[in-house]
Design a protein. Structure first.
Length: 91
């Protein structure tokens, strides 16, 4: 007998997953814009901080956005009405 599928073990819908990744990416890119603007006003050694943020944030944003979508469901999704393989009869 097949185990009953629980709604909590199902993965997020593609629309919810896409929206979550877009929000994460938008927040990271907004921080990058702030870093770029700060590069215009900050002088001395402090300029390295916003410059590093402006250079490395795009990579970090893409990696984080893609990592959130690849999270596997730890329980796994059970297929309802799964087909069971049978050996052919020896007739």
């Amino acid at each position: 007998m097949a185990k009953q599928q629980s709604i909590t073990s199902l993965p997020r819908s593609p629309q919810d997953d896409r929206r979550s990744r877009m929000v994460q990416y938008t927040v990271a890119m907004s921080i990058r814009v702030v870093c770029i603007v700060l590069c215009l006003f900050v002088r001395g050694w402090w300029l390295l901080l916003p410059a590093a943020g402006a250079v490395f944030l795009p990579y970090v944003a893409v990696v984080l956005a893609n990592a959130s979508s690849s999270r596997a469901n730890p329980i796994g999704v059970l297929r309802p009405g799964a087909v069971e393989r049978r050996k052919p009869d020896d007739k």
